[in-house]
Write a protein that binds this ligand. Structure first.
Ligand SMILES: NC(=O)c1ccc[n+]([C@@H]2O[C@H](COP(=O)([O-])OP(=O)(O)OC[C@H]3O[C@@H](n4cnc5c(N)ncnc54)[C@H](OP(=O)(O)O)[C@@H]3O)[C@@H](O)[C@H]2O)c1
Length: 181
């Protein structure tokens, strides 16, 4: 397997990470990563890690830019990977006036502007699309570059809030009720 992620920061994560490290050493997995691990959880887990995660997959888009976490990840050379990079098609995001204007300037859609912003920020975006048109659009972001002013405008859109706060331990209870069949 190329990449295996530890999905949530709950339960015996140190034990789960040890098992993943064994799988890497056994040649079953090439790289390991984490997901939904905020700075709070990473501070506890990192001292127990022998193999560093290559990515932390977190909710991230122009409305929720994860600035503190991204700074923290830099120290360890861990790449930020964005889930909900298009805000799960949040209408407010995909019709945001300034993003529409930036898109018009480059002849690109708002989704393409957002994915290009991720790319230029060094974030690996993980968009999902079922429509062929969207899939094509999402690949078509390598023939333009946002200028510094546009990057600053998008950086100013951060609200610091997303849809999922892993630090809220009520999530641990909810997620522990899922059963694997
Ligand atoms: N690690 C985690 O805890 C976690 C949590 C949530 C999600 N994820 C993963 O993150 C990935 C992305 O999540 P997501 O799909 O919910 O969010 P997303 O990629 O932000 O949004 C997907 C939505 O955006 C639409 N879309 C895609 N490309 C578009 C474009 N060019 N223009 C306009 N709309 C576009 C899609 O529509 P169409 O389908 O109609 O094309 C779909 O409704 C998934 O692989 C998911 O499994 C991980």
């Amino acid at each position: 397997m190329d990449l295996y992620l530890l999905h949530q920061p709950y339960g015996d994560t140190a034990g789960a990470w040890k098992a993943l490290e064994e799988a890497v050493r056994a040649g079953k997995i090439k790289s390991v990563g984490i997901s939904n691990h905020t700075v709070k959880f990473m501070k506890k887990l990192i001292p127990q890690m022998e193999i560093m995660p290559v990515v932390n997959q977190m909710e991230c888009n122009p409305f929720f830019q994860q600035k503190e976490l991204r700074e923290y990840l830099k120290q360890y050379g861990i790449r930020m990977e964005a889930w909900y990079p298009l805000g799960h098609a949040n209408k407010k995001l995909l019709t945001e006036k300034r993003l529409v204007q930036i898109g018009e300037k480059y002849g690109k859609s708002v989704a393409q502007v957002i994915l290009r912003w991720h790319l230029q920020e060094g974030i690996i975006a993980l968009p999902k699309a079922t429509s062929l048109e969207h899939i094509r659009d999402n690949f078509n972001i390598f023939d333009f570059a946002l200028d510094d002013e546009d990057m600053s405008i998008i950086r100013s859109m951060d609200t610091g809030k997303g849809t999922h706060n892993p630090d809220n331990m009520a999530n641990a209870v909810t997620l522990s009720m899922y059963k694997i069949h």
